[in-house]
Structure formats: structure tokens, C-alpha cells
Design a protein around this ligand. Structure first.
Ligand code: ARG
Length: 464
């Protein structure tokens, strides 16, 4: 086992159990690239500011690049007994360069180092998640364009409520996902300030240039307060929250797909490549993917809660509790990417059963509001119209008919305002086609919102 870098103060070796307990390399090893990138910027700044010689600065940078190349190629493997990725890389550098390597950590602490690494790492992840969210929006829009006239029931309380179209339903998710993308952008904006140079907590007596490293690492400014620089994990919380909402949206959609695949609905059928069978029941075709997404949403919400609970009692500045941030946020990031990568092709390949959707929309008195509105348009106050329509629905149920098939005499018996044209007014196509209010399901309106969404998606795609 490598000697501890902080060994000077101690008279004994650390207990092996403690060593293993303390070590984070098993999960922070994935930040090796970011750790090296940050160290390269730091070493460059130390040289330019005259804190170490330019010659040492160059050797350190070359040494770090060599380590990066060897880690990338697999020529160098992590020492799993190292305390963390930061210690491992620094020890490796010193192994390769001798005393020069020991100069890297001048005016720096692992506290600002880890705060930097996690931001660099998550910055890249946000871009990937964002691209997937946009890809899903485009996939749903493509599908929506094919279903502008596909009438389906809209539900409240999972009871048939009013008719909508499948395109209208899909676009509801597109707007949620567009907001999700906005949340990722906001998170990135606040995350994109550089903690490097905060050092352990109180800055440093060396004449460092934090603006230089911030700029080199692509941050738009250094963080203003060194205590905040090393203590902040709200950017992780914010990202976890944005991810939880993406998962929540995927989960609600998944729940609907699960229902729509059932024999009771049969609104859609998943492609065989995105469904699974049962080990005992030969007839089964199960929507496991969507169930897993629904299940993983709970887990990702747990990650958010882990981060919030980890932070809530911590005095400033760094506390080792903060090492727990990584497994939680990495788990959230990994899982949302996995879910999006599966959900996108699954929705792109599912078959939509238009007839089933329409048939479901034709039942359940889904046009009752339109029947009431018909009377209102002929001058009756809405509350009276509502009551009469309710009585008519009860009558239909008694007679075993629909509003479409109830004889005109029955209508007339309840109000003289009813004439033959009531049947046109309550036909499914009228009910959908006339819902032309802004944001409504009428095909023209949905076409309009698709155009608006597409414009926004182009802008979002350009601001990568
Ligand atoms: N592995 C540590 C973490 O992830 C790095 C920072 C350690 N700092 C310290 N003062 N022990 O939080």
C-alpha cells in the first residue's frame, strides 16, 4: 500500500478497515479525466504566476498528460487502495517525476479539487442528458405529426372526460421535456463558476490567478467566496432535482404506456424489440422497459433525497459527508441516460391502434360537455344546460344508448332548444375539431403548437 501523503502527523498506519471505508476511488475514479484537466490548468497557472518555475510547470503538465494517455489506453490501472482519485493521480505523478511532482499541490486542497472535478464532470453529463431530452422531443413530434387526427379519450381521474387527439397528448410531454431542458440549462449556468483556488477553505497567501484557471477551464468566472467554493453542493442537488423531474415525466408517460398496452386498452403495441415475455405464460408480452423506468424514478428521487439530507446539517466548510454526493449524483445521471436511451427508440417504434383509441373516445359520454355547450350556444345558462345534459346521460344509461343514438324526441322532451343539428354538434369529430382555443386539441391548433415547439427546439439545439 502506498504511503499516505498526509502521513507526517501520524505515528501509526491507518486501520485497514478504515482505509477501505474512507476510500472513494471505486466511485470517483470515473472523474480521472476531469481531475487531470483541472491539475493541468492549475499547474499552468502556478508557472505563469511564478509560484513554481515554468520548467516545473511544463514537466508537471507533460507528466499529467502521460498519465491521462496511460489511463485512457489501459496501460495504467487505478490503485484501489488509494484514498481517492486525486491522491492516486498525484502519487502517480510523483512516482513518475520525483520531487517536481510534489509541487503540484501548492496552493490547492482536495477540497477545491473535488469541487472542481465534480463540476467539470457534471457539466459534460448535463450536455449529454440535454441532447437526449431534445432527441426525445423530436421523436415525439415526429409521431405527433402522424396523429393530428387520431382521436382518443382525454381522461381526468382516469375516467373518460373529453376527446383529444394522440398528437395533443404527445405534445403535452414535449412541453414538459422542453421545460426539463430549460432546468438543465439553468443548472449548468449556476454550476459554471469555478471553485478552484478556494483551496482548503480560506484561499491562499500565494499570488494565484483564479480568473486565469476559471477561463482556461471554460467557466465564466471564479466563485466569489472561498468558503462557498468548497462547501457548495447545491449544484448537485439542483441537477438531481432536474433529473428527478425528467424521470417523473418519463415515469408518468411509462405508466400510460403500460395501461395502453394492456388488453383492456390496446391503444398501442410495443415493438417486439422493446418488450419481454414471461417465463411461464406463453401469451405474455410485457412492457418491462416502462415498468423499469417507473421503478427507477423512485430510486433517482432517492438520490435527490440523499443529497439534500447529506447537506442539511453540515457546518461550513468541507466535511467528509460530502464524499457521499458522488454515488448519489452519478447514479441519477447514469440512470436518466439509460432510461432516455431506451425510451426514445421504444416510442419511435411502437404501433398506434387508431381504431381502438377512437372507439374508446366514442363511448363513455365523452361528448356530454359538448351537448351542454350546444344548449349554451342557443342561449341557455351553462348551469341549466349542465343539469339537463346530466339528466339525458342518466336516461341514455337507463335505455342502454349513447347521446349519439338517443332519439331527438327524448332531447326535445327536456328542452325545446334541441333540434336535429344536435347530432352534428356532439359528433366526435366536431368535439375535437371545434376545440380551437389556444393550446386545445383541434388539429390546426396542435399543428400550430408543433411549429412553436420546433422553433424552440431549434434554438435549444443551437445553444449547446
Ligand atoms: N474524496 C474526497 C471527497 O470526495 C475528496 C476531498 C477530501 N478532502 C478532505 N479534506 N479529506 O469528498
Amino acid at each position: 500500500m502506498a504511503d499516505k501523503m498526509w502521513a507526517g502527523r501520524f505515528s501509526k498506519e491507518v486501520d485497514e478497515t478504515v482505509n477501505a471505508f474512507n476510500s472513494s476511488i471505486a466511485f470517483d475514479g470515473r472523474m480521472y479525466r476531469q481531475d487531470i484537466t483541472g491539475s493541468i490548468a492549475h499547474a499552468g497557472m502556478l508557472g505563469k504566476c511564478g509560484i513554481i518555475s515554468m520548467e516545473d510547470s511544463r514537466s508537471i503538465i507533460d507528466g499529467l498528460k502521460g498519465i491521462l494517455a496511460d489511463l485512457d489506453s489501459g496501460a495504467l490501472e487505478f490503485d484501489m487502495t488509494a484514498e481517492d482519485i486525486h491522491m492516486f493521480i498525484e502519487a502517480e505523478l510523483t512516482k513518475r517525476l520525483g520531487d517536481v511532482g510534489k509541487r503540484l499541490h501548492t496552493s490547492r486542497s482536495r477540497n477545491d479539487q473535488v469541487a472542481l472535478d465534480i463540476r467539470l464532470y457534471l457539466r459534460d453529463e448535463i450536455k449529454e442528458i440535454r441532447a437526449l431530452v431534445l432527441e426525445l422531443c423530436n421523436t415525439l413530434i415526429k409521431l405527433a405529426k402522424k396523429h393530428l387526427d387520431t382521436v382518443m379519450p382525454g381522461y381526468t381521474h382516469l375516467q373518460r372526460a373529453q376527446p383529444i387527439t394522440f398528437a395533443h397528448h404527445l405534445m403535452a410531454y414535449v412541453w414538459m421535456l422542453i421545460r426539463d431542458c430549460g432546468r438543465l440549462d439553468d443548472t449548468l449556468k449556476r454550476m459554471n463558476e469555478c471553485p478552484l483556488g478556494s483551496c482548503a477553505l480560506a484561499g491562499t497567501t500565494y499570488n494565484i490567478d483564479r480568473h486565469m484557471t476559471a477561463e482556461e477551464l471554460g467557466f465564466y468566472k471564479p466563485m466569489e467566496n472561498s468558503l462557498d467554493g468548497v462547501s457548495d453542493r447545491d449544484s448537485c442537488v439542483e441537477l438531481a432535482c432536474a433529473i428527478s423531474l425528467i424521470m417523473t415525466h418519463l415515469s408518468r408517460f411509462s405508466e400510460e404506456i403500460i395501461m395502453w398496452c394492456s388488453w383492456e386498452f390496446k391503444f398501442i403495441e410495443l415493438d417486439d424489440a422493446y418488450a419481454t415475455g414471461s417465463s411461464i405464460m406463453p401469451q405474455k408480452k410485457n412492457p418491462d422497459v416502462t415498468e423499469l423506468i417507473r421503478g427507477k424514478t423512485g430510486r433517482v428521487n432517492g438520490d435527490l433525497f440523499t443529497l439534500l439530507s447529506m447537506l442539511k446539517g453540515l457546518p461550513l466548510a468541507y466535511n467528509k459527508d460530502m464524499q457521499e454526493d458522488k454515488e448519489a449524483i452519478f447514479d441519477a445521471v447514469d440512470n436518466v441516460k439509460l432510461c432516455l436511451k431506451t425510451f426514445i427508440p421504444m416510442t419511435a417504434t411502437m404501433t398506434v391502434n387508431k381504431e381502438k383509441m377512437r372507439k374508446a373516445a366514442a363511448g363513455g359520454f365523452i361528448n356530454a360537455t359538448d351537448c351542454a355547450d350546444y344548449l349554451v350556444k342557443k342561449g341557455m345558462p351553462f348551469r341549466d344546460a349542465y343539469k339537463i345534459t346530466g339528466t339525458l346521460v342518466a336516461l341514455c344509461i337507463e335505455k342502454g344508448v349513447d347521446l349519439e343514438t338517443l332519439p331527438l324526441e327524448d332531447y326535445k322532451a327536456h328542452s325545446e332548444l334541441f333540434t336535429e343539428d344536435v347530432f352534428r354538434a356532439i359528433s366526435l369529430d366536431t368535439c375535437v375539431g371545434e376545440r380551437r382555443s389556444f393550446g386545445g386539441p383541434a388539429p390546426d391548433r396542435v399543428r400550430e403548437q408543433i411549429e412553436n415547439a420546433e422553433k424552440i427546439l431549434i434554438q435549444l439545439g443551437e445553444n449547446k
